[in-house]
Design a protein around this ligand. Structure first.
Ligand code: NAD
Length: 314
């Protein structure tokens, strides 16, 4: 098959080449753009990470396209409606790094509550003092987990190891998991009211877009923290800035933004706020997780060739 990958570095290219050597392969180390589309008109299979926006305008220029393999769990960067209509199969990597993203989430929570990032920056400037850097313990705090799927589950496991209380919300509850890990399912409103730290682990859909808006932020405890390692579109950036400026929230840690890289005035303002931590959508990015992503992606392509589809989201 004629397969084109975008957003792949040299290591990923070599890894994919080894397993897919019987195909005609092309690699680009950047996200797809309009000018690439003319060069790859023959492509039957397209492999992308999340920064390649596969909208109708892009997809119309690829008449031979039969399969899109996104090397991610989320697939909100692909026009699934267009793909369904035009019989383009879309496969994702449903899990590969639930503990990887959960670890990053906890890294951010600890950085925020122990003010590690401020301490590190201070010492690097030659100022060795803890004055003004008083933090808060995690032990005894309530973590509000919104979305108890693969990643949310691991976040809850880690919270329990820190002796935290957990309340959670999900449209599909897992009573066995709640019993095993000793947490309670409550309404979204109750999670927001009770959480000292709220963390988001739902996909970005029409229903979850701006699930954290000004109303939701007003329901949160004064001085609570928000963590988002899921998708930027879950949080209304303008409302978040207001909540941080008015001290309704004590801080926020974000691995994802509404635009990546940041584009709007508000997003740039957010990056420079002293009580906000931003990482560049790197929660998934460990050596082990990347290898699992590549293995599943290769499996998705081979399954398509054998007409035994797997991990279809279209
Ligand atoms: P998952 O599908 O296992 O879990 C998502 C959970 O959200 C499910 O339990 C589902 O029932 C719940 N949900 C869906 N819609 C909801 C709604 N409207 N209200 C309440 N709950 C709802 O997914 P996952 O593997 O845990 O990943 C979660 C998200 O994390 C992904 O969709 C992706 O966007 C994001 N992600 C980010 C990174 C990163 O690097 N930052 C990496 C992987 C995944």
């Amino acid at each position: 098959m004629n397969i084109t990958f975008f957003e792949t570095d040299n290591y990923e290219k070599e890894y994919l080449e080894k397993s897919l050597k019987n195909n005609k392969l092309a690699f680009f180390n950047r996200p797809i753009n309009q000018s690439d589309l003319k060069k790859i008109g023959e492509t039957e299979v397209l492999g992308v990470f999340i920064h390649s926006h596969l909208n109708r305008i892009a997809l119309e220029k690829l008449p031979n396209l039969k399969l899109i393999v996104t090397m991610s769990t989320g697939y909100d960067h692909i026009d699934l409606g267009y793909c369904r209509k035009n019989k383009i199969v879309v496969c994702n990597v449903p899990y590969y790094g639930e503990h990887t993203v959960a670890e990053h989430t906890f890294g951010l929570i600890i950085m925020l509550l122990h003010r590690i990032y401020e301490g590190v920056a201070r010492v690097k400037k030659g100022f060795f003092s803890c004055k003004g850097l008083e933090g808060s313990d995690l032990k005894g705090k309530t973590l509000g987990v919104i979305g108890t799927g693969h990643i949310g589950e691991h976040v809850i496991r880690m919270a329990k190891a820190f002796d935290m209380h957990v309340v959670a919300h999900d449209i599909f509850q897992r009573p066995e998991l709640a019993k095993q890990l000793q947490f309670n399912y409550v309404s979204l409103d109750d999670v927001l009211k009770r959480a000292d730290i709220a963390t988001l682990h739902v996909p970005l859909t029409k229903e979850t877009h701006h699930i954290i808006n000004s109303k939701a932020l007003a329901r949160m405890k004064k001085g609570a923290y928000l963590v988002n390692t899921s998708r930027g579109g879950l949080v209304d950036t303008k409302a978040l800035i207001k909540a941080l400026k008015s001290n309704q929230l004590a801080g926020a840690a974000l691995d994802v933004l509404e635009h990546e890289p940041p584009k709007t005035k508000e997003e740039h303002e957010l990056l420079h706020m002293s009580n906000v931590l931003v990482t560049p959508h790197s929660a998934f990015y460990t050596k082990e997780a990347i290898e699992r992503i590549l293995d599943t992606t290769i499996g998705n392509i081979e399954a398509f060739e054998r007409r035994k589809l797997q991990n279809i989201v279209s």
